[in-house]
Write a protein that binds this ligand. Structure first.
Ligand SMILES: C[S@@+](CC[C@H](N)C(=O)[O-])C[C@H]1O[C@@H](n2cnc3c(N)ncnc32)[C@H](O)[C@@H]1O
Length: 255
């Protein structure tokens, strides 16, 4: 494999083992209040491309809800974890293992009714060129009038409050997306170019970290419009509109 195409962030087995407790699968569902399924049904979606399978949380849920899901995971450690979770629930995953920047090598144009890039995943790409290239790749595999759903953390809050946060005062409701109480995370380094998060299992003291690109306020919307989506609707912690105090933002984009 071309080394340049491996994601900037390698996930360790240690990190992946913590992921389910970091999400808290049940609480993720409570926090989103059927947002995902409601959006997919609103647009008559049948075939879904889950671009960032992770440990399987959303793909397994959507398959159980009756959607035809292709789950993509480039990271073998995450992929194996998701397959293990699916097996224990008697669910069969249909998987690909593609770098988002190269979807066109294997996936046909206009072949999905929805593409999902969830769990704050685009943040793993650091340059605007890569981010836009990938959004164009996602858009390419969508049928006309079908939808792309992406989310992001409220990084502007982190950038604006970096001093306080680094002193240990990180405001985070824990009700959305990453809801675990046993495993939690917080920024330990903050700059306009990157944020390093430490992730800790409170029971064992085991730690890991990941480094991500902090989108500024308005930046994601700007990228989505550069990628030529016809319409983009913003949600804040799953409620319509922009709330500067939200933990996460969601965008439903129509091709
Ligand atoms: C923060 S995890 C989110 C996983 C899952 N969606 C969730 O909600 O827990 C980020 C995901 O993005 C994937 N990823 C990062 N860069 C990628 C790339 N260039 N191509 C494909 N997948 C990538 C990682 O492998 C990982 O699955």
């Amino acid at each position: 494999m071309n080394k340049n195409l491996i994601p900037e962030n390698y996930n360790s087995q240690n990190l992946v083992n913590m992921w389910r407790d970091y999400i808290d699968w049940d609480k993720r569902r409570i926090g989103e209040e059927n947002f995902l399924v409601n959006q997919l049904r609103k647009y008559n979606v049948k075939k879904v491309f889950d671009a960032a399978l992770g440990d399987g949380c959303d793909s397994i849920y959507l398959i159980k809800q009756g959607f035809d899901v292709i789950s993509n995971e480039i990271d073998k450690i995450f992929l194996n974890k998701a397959l293990e979770h699916a097996k224990s629930e008697n669910i069969e995953l249909k998987t690909t293992s593609l770098d988002w920047r190269e979807l066109d090598k294997e996936l046909l144009e206009k072949s999905f009714d929805a593409v999902l890039c969830l769990g704050n995943s685009l943040t793993y790409l650091f340059t605007e060129k890569n981010q836009i290239d990938v959004l164009n790749q996602f858009r390419r595999i969508l049928r006309n009038k079908s939808i792309f759903i992406i989310d992001e953390r409220n990084y502007q809050y982190i950038l604006d409050n970096r001093k306080e946060i680094l002193k240990g005062n990180f405001r985070y409701s824990g009700r959305y997306i990453y809801c675990g109480k046993k495993v939690h995370n917080y920024p330990v380094e903050i700059s306009d170019q990157k944020v390093k998060f430490e992730i800790v299992d409170k029971r064992t003291g085991k730690k890991d970290h990941f480094i991500v690109y902090p989108f500024k306020r308005g930046e994601m919307k700007n990228l989505l419009s550069k990628a030529s989506f016809k319409s983009v609707e913003q949600f804040s912690d799953f409620k319509s509109g922009e709330d500067i105090n939200a933990d996460f933002y969601q965008y439903v984009c129509v091709k």
